[in-house]
Each structure stands twice: as C-alpha cells, then as structure tokens.
Design a protein around this ligand. Structure first.
Ligand code: C2E
Ligand code: CA
Ligand code: CA
Ligand code: CA
Length: 275
C-alpha cells in the first residue's frame, strides 16, 4: 500500500504493471482484430413499457481473440478510444449493425453506440449518410447513443453535428444518464429523441428511498421536453412495475433479454410477433 501524499519513488507495483501489460496486449491485438474478423455485433431487445411491445434493439460489440479470450467492451473500448482505433471500429459497428437491421422486422429500430471520439475526430455525419445510402435503411430506424460525458468536454461543433445527423432523420439518445455528469441545463439544447437512465439507477429502484421521486421527476421532465425516457438494466418484474407506475416509456434489460447474436435476436423477434 502507498502512503498518501508520499513524494518518494513508488515501489514496484505488480498489480499496476499487470494492468499496463494487459492494456498493451489489448492495444496490439486490437490493431489486427478487424481484419481477422474477431468482432461480432450482438443485439439486446428494447421494449415499450405501456404495452410490452418489442420496438428495437441496441447493437453491442463483442470481441473474442485467440490469445486474450473474450474481452469485455468496458475494457477495450477505452483503449480503442485512446489509440484512435475506435474510428475504424465505430464505422464497422455502424455498417454491420445497419446491414443486420435489414434482416430484422421493418418496424424495429436499431440503436448504435457512438463514442465521443468519433464525434470529435471522426466524420459521423459522412459515415451515417454513406451507410444509409448504401443499405437503403430508412433513417428513422436508426438511433445513435451518445454518452453524456462527451458533451461537457469539448462541445465546439458537437451540437451542430448532432443536428445535421438528426436532419437526415436519424435520432439521438443520451446514454448513461445519471452517472455523474448530469446537467439539466443543456438537455433542452440537444437534439434528443431519448434519454437512457443508467442501470445503476434502475438497480436503486425500490432500494434507495429517493429513487422513485427521482424517476417520477425525470419522466415529467422528459415529457415536458418531448424526450422519451428509457431505463436500462431492467432485471425484475418489480423494476418494470415501477417504470409502469411512473410513466417511463421504454425498457431494456435481462428481464426481456440479454444481448444475443443476430440469429437468436431474429427468433426472439418472431416469437414476439406470434404472441
Ligand atoms: P452501454 O451502452 O450502457 O450498454 C449496456 C450494457 O449493460 C451492456 O454491457 C449490456 O450487456 C449491459 N446490460 C444490459 N442489460 C443489463 C441488465 O439487465 N443488467 C446488467 N447488469 N447489465 C445489463 P456491454 O455489452 O458489456 O457493454 C458495456 C459498454 O461498452 C456499453 O455500455 C457501451 O458504453 C460500450 N460499448 C459496447 N458496444 C459498443 C460499441 O459498439 N461502440 C462503442 N463506442 N461503445 C460500445
Ligand atoms: Ca448504449
Ligand atoms: Ca425520431
Ligand atoms: Ca447505457
């Protein structure tokens, strides 16, 4: 253990160096992973709360490497962002998931995560235009999810890009809302179709005394702004009952389904239609 405030040279720390070693391994393997076809896109169902109808899915990237095994996106996305590889990976995820969406029932939406790095250093507008043109997917089926932390960092031109993309008919969802950067101030300035409440908030429903008043205030706020509210990490019937009682629009989580490969998602979608 290190003593707080110590300026002496730190002793060799095997834990840190193990992490650094792994990061470097991941960085090196990421560079070749696209060409080797090591990425897959999985789909997690999103449902309307009022009538339980399946309305679409979120595309979530999966990576499996021969020597590293399966690596979680929470581990490699940050590394891909720091090296700039996310620009290539993000284009791949967008292209693949939009192509897959063509195989899904035409009334289902597809939500794709966009990293702030793509928005700042990439050409999200150009990428989206091109993928819609080449696939013919109706723009209204595509939603882009953006984590709110980005918006506060370097917001120069970001809102304009979001507006340009929205002008194509594509919508924006603000991801991971309630994880620490929350500011009510800019909500009305962003071209948002949807706000996604983070799963940490959903987990607190019925556990934390403040959670229900917050949910009810959030759904009032969203309704007032004309923004849909989706809760992530809905795992239990109790969670869902709270969302129903407080006017939350949409839900996503293990209660409905885990992220699954395209084939499994297609069977899931057809089982929903028959019900
Ligand atoms: P996210 O966008 O908030 O995605 C939701 C995460 O919560 C997913 O983890 C999903 O598997 C998990 N989850 C869904 N329902 C439940 C539930 O009921 N309970 C619990 N405990 N967890 C649930 P995953 O797939 O590991 O992704 C982690 C994060 O990695 C994502 O968080 C997103 O920020 C990032 N990510 C994933 N795919 C992409 C991508 O293609 N591009 C970018 N830029 N980021 C991605
Ligand atoms: Ca997301
Ligand atoms: Ca829309
Ligand atoms: Ca999220």
């Amino acid at each position: 253990a290190h003593s707080a405030g110590s300026t002496a040279p730190q002793p060799y720390d095997p834990v840190l160096s193990k992490q650094q070693f792994r990061s470097r391994e991941i960085e090196r393997a990421l560079g070749r992973a696209l060409d080797r076809g090591e990425f897959q896109i999985w789909y997690q169902p999103q449902h309307r709360v009022a009538d339980g109808k399946l309305i679409g899915s979120e595309a979530l990237v999966r990576w499996s490497n021969a020597s590293l095994g399966r690596v979680a996106p929470n581990e490699f996305i940050a590394i891909a962002e720091s090296t700039g590889f996310i620009l290539e990976l993000g284009r791949f995820v967008l292209e693949q998931s939009v192509e897959d969406a063509l195989a899904m029932p035409p009334d289902l939406g597809i939500a794709v995560n966009v990293s702030g790095v793509q928005l700042i250093a990439g050409d999200v507008l150009g990428d989206v235009k091109r993928v819609l043109e080449t696939t013919g997917l109706p723009a209204s089926r595509l939603c882009l999810e953006l984590t709110e932390s980005v918006l506060l960092d370097g917001s120069g031109g970001l809102i304009e890009t979001m507006q340009d993309v929205q002008f194509l008919g594509v919508s924006w969802a603000l991801d991971d809302f309630g994880t620490g950067y929350s500011s009510m101030g800019y909500l009305s300035q962003l071209p948002l179709e949807k706000i996604k409440l983070d799963k940490a908030f959903t987990m607190s429903l019925g556990v934390d005394r403040a959670s229900l008043p917050i949910l009810s205030a959030m759904s009032d706020l969203c309704r007032g702004l004309g923004i849909k509210l989706l809760c992530e990490g809905v795992e239990t019937e109790d969670h869902l009952a709270h969302l129903q009682a407080h006017g939350c629009d949409e839900a996503q989580g293990y209660l409905f389904g885990r992220p699954m490969c395209l084939t499994d998602f297609l069977s899931y979608a057809s089982s929903q239609i028959q019900e």
